[in-house]
Write a protein that binds this ligand. Structure first.
Ligand code: C5P
Length: 224
């Protein structure tokens, strides 16, 4: 961890949870605080990488801004997609640590809806799968890594996402274990790559420690 082994690399990292608005005051969201993506940005910066961090509302953002990491604020999945697409071609490694929505309210009201105007049943529409779109644009020298926040069996769905989204690697992240997942300062995970390599972090460790281990895992990936 003392190495400046990422000098010359540009990392694009997403963090936080997107918000999908029904009106100016109501949204579909998730409990992500952005701590994992911010820890990745901090670790990569410490190791000499140039880092661009695209963050959806994240409580811990000031800690990494202070390091001089370029931070781009977004709120919705559509905004995150635009920011990621704008920077993807310059990135050597892209890590999608953000908890991106899968759906949004089908209709948006620019005026606050009164209680009586709220729909009894909320119609939902899909949002773009950002990481899958980035995979379709990926050049051979680029590496693309996702996260899979799961309950129960974390490996089977993560393997399925690794293949379906055409990722180079994925961090399968249990969110039903104590001291792990959303909002926690610690985390645990199983890293999987498309070559069948695995790395297990079976006990909660700090998100910064896990970030360094994920960067080590990506660095050690076979070239082809
Ligand atoms: O939500 P899901 O478990 O499918 O997320 C797996 C990976 O896909 C994560 O890296 C997440 O950031 C990414 N994702 C995305 N766009 C979405 C949903 C998820 O890029 N709309």
């Amino acid at each position: 961890q003392g190495d400046r082994d990422l000098i010359g690399k540009h990392l694009l990292i997403s963090a936080g949870g997107t918000r999908e608005f029904l009106d100016p005051v109501r949204f579909i969201g998730n409990p992500s605080t952005g701590k994992m993506g911010i820890a990745l940005a901090q670790a990569a910066h410490h190791r000499g990488a140039k880092v661009t961090l695209v963050y959806a509302p994240s409580t811990a953002i000031e800690s990494v801004r202070a390091f001089g990491v370029r931070c781009i604020a977004v709120e919705t999945a559509v905004e995150m997609r635009q920011a990621m697409l704008a920077h993807f071609s310059q990135a050597d490694w892209t890590i999608m640590a953000a908890a991106v929505a899968d759906v949004k309210p089908a209709d948006y009201s620019p005026e606050k809806l009164s209680k009586s105007a709220l729909p009894e049943n909320l119609l939902l529409a899909p949002v773009p799968d950002i990481v899958a779109e980035l995979a379709s644009l990926k050049q051979p020298h680029q590496r693309l890594v996702g996260f899979a926040a799961q309950t129960g069996d974390i490996v089977t769905p993560a393997k399925e996402k690794l293949v379906r989204k055409q990722l180079d690697a994925i961090a399968a992240n249990p969110i039903d274990q104590p001291n792990s997942g959303f909002g926690s300062d610690t985390n645990q995970a199983i890293f999987l790559d498309r070559h069948g390599r695995q790395h297990h972090i079976d006990q909660p460790c700090s998100k910064l420690t896990m970030a360094h281990q994920l960067l080590d895992f990506i660095h050690a990936m076979p070239k082809c």
